[in-house]
Design a protein around this ligand. Structure first.
Ligand SMILES: *Cc1c(COP(=O)(O)O)cnc(C)c1O
Length: 402
């Protein structure tokens, strides 16, 4: 039996929640089950030699060997492409595997790539420490400085990269300006929209070439797996797909099942993440022991106007500064909360809290921390989907301890 290849056809007007539940799935599945089967197979059999020849000559829709894909991966890729409004999606074993796969496929020796400097530090590090070994030049310009980005373009520039919102400062990229720079110079654009999510941000509609997500975060949503995805046009993803089959950074069918299960509730979870983020940011902003709140949905935020224009909601991530607090006093607040867990990451159902100074910048010098805008009194809170009043009461009691 070759795999059925008869994805459900949904009304073109389908909204995100309908797509999250149904898009990309086959009409009739193995065993007539409503859920997708997990096929534990490293390889796929052919009934006879002629079937192999037909498969090769006619590019038939079936599996061959596990590194090139598996049936449930195709379902997840179609669903993620539908959610993002893109033609095609490529799933990876982590967000970093996705970005490494894209950069390795797209850049050649002598090419240049330009980042806004608030991008995920591991992505920039891969370029500065590793792509550099293959002759790729990385330029970094201040986040949201469009003139600096345009000025850094040379005839060798192949890719402009940003994140939106950025982490931990939640800067919001004006996608129209970002895309316009790329188009003016014939340079492709990539947005890491992990914090934005397809619920809150629509980079492809704005003309961005590639959207990337650490699906580990909001898309999977349950702090129980790692995955990454790139979405774009079929033609532009082709060379990246070919390299993925060689790299082998693919997901096990079990992992993809969990991702699909998490995706079913994507819209509901995002609505609560957005509600919690906004309510808690507003609570923190009026609190006498808080010096500053970074959250794109509050008016005091540097990019509030851009966010309001381009986003549907602002997500669950909030960064804030505790007034007149040194590193130890700030740690006391983190240690006093009872509901959020102390951990890196974001986007899952459980709220997570951390002090960036300790969690991500402990080995950096004070000068480096200052350059990255990481102060001793900074706390990053990734709101989960708990009840907002419970989270607010918990933060209030934690702030009472200092
Ligand atoms: C977590 C994260 C990544 C890396 O994703 P992994 O799944 O951890 O490899 C990349 N970009 C952003 C914005 C992230 O938050």
């Amino acid at each position: 039996m070759t795999q059925p290849n008869n994805p459900r056809v949904l009304p073109a007007s389908s909204h995100l929640s309908t797509l999250a539940v149904h898009a990309g799935e086959e009409r009739q599945k193995a065993g007539d089950a409503i859920t997708d089967a997990i096929f534990c197979a490293s390889t796929y059999t052919f009934p006879d030699t002629q079937s192999i020849i037909d498969f090769i000559e006619q590019d038939l829709p079936r599996e061959e060997y596990g590194r090139y894909g598996n049936p449930i991966e195709k379902v997840a890729e179609r669903k993620l492409a539908a959610l993002e409004g893109g033609e095609s999606a490529l799933l990876y074993s982590s967000g970093m595997a996705a970005i490494v796969g894209l950069l390795m496929a797209k850049l050649n020796s002598g090419d240049e790539v330009i980042f806004f400097d608030e991008c995920y530090h591991r992505s920039r590090q891969f370029c500065t420490d590793h792509m550099a070994r293959f002759g790729v030049v990385t330029r970094q310009v201040p986040a949201c400085d469009y003139d600096a980005m345009e000025a850094a373009i040379t005839p060798r520039t192949k890719l402009l990269i940003s994140e939106s919102p950025t982490n931990p400062h939640l800067s919001i990229v004006d996608l129209e300006r970002f895309v316009a720079i790329g188009k003016r110079h014939g340079v492709e654009t990539l947005i890491d929209a992990t914090l934005g999510t397809p619920y809150n941000l629509r980079p492809l509609a704005a003309g961005v070439d590639y959207v990337l997500h650490s699906a580990t975060k909001y898309l999977a949503g349950h702090n129980d797996l790692l995955a990454g995805v790139i979405i774009g046009s079929k033609a532009q993803l082709e060379s990246i797909r070919d390299l993925r089959g060689i790299m082998g950074a693919i997901n096990s069918p079990h992992n993809i099942y969990l991702l699909l299960r998490g995706l079913k509730t994507f819209e509901l979870r995002m609505q609560r993440h957005n509600e919690n983020g906004l309510k808690i940011a507003q609570f923190l902003e009026q609190h006498p022991k808080i010096e500053k709140v970074y959250y794109p949905g509050i008016e005091s935020h540097k990019y509030y106007e851009v966010a309001r224009r381009t986003m549907r909601g602002y997500g669950g991530l909030i960064t804030f500064l505790v007034k007149d607090a040194d590193a130890a006093t700030t740690a006391k607040v983190v240690d006093a909360v009872r509901v959020p867990r102390i951990a890196p990451s974001l986007g899952g159902v459980e709220s997570l809290i951390e002090q960036p100074l300790v969690m991500s910048y402990f080995k950096r010098t004070p000068e480096e921390r200052q350059k990255f805008g990481i102060s001793d009194n900074m706390i990053r809170l990734a709101c989960g989907i708990e009840n907002p009043e419970d989270l607010i009461a918990d933060l209030a009691q934690a702030l009472e301890t200092i």
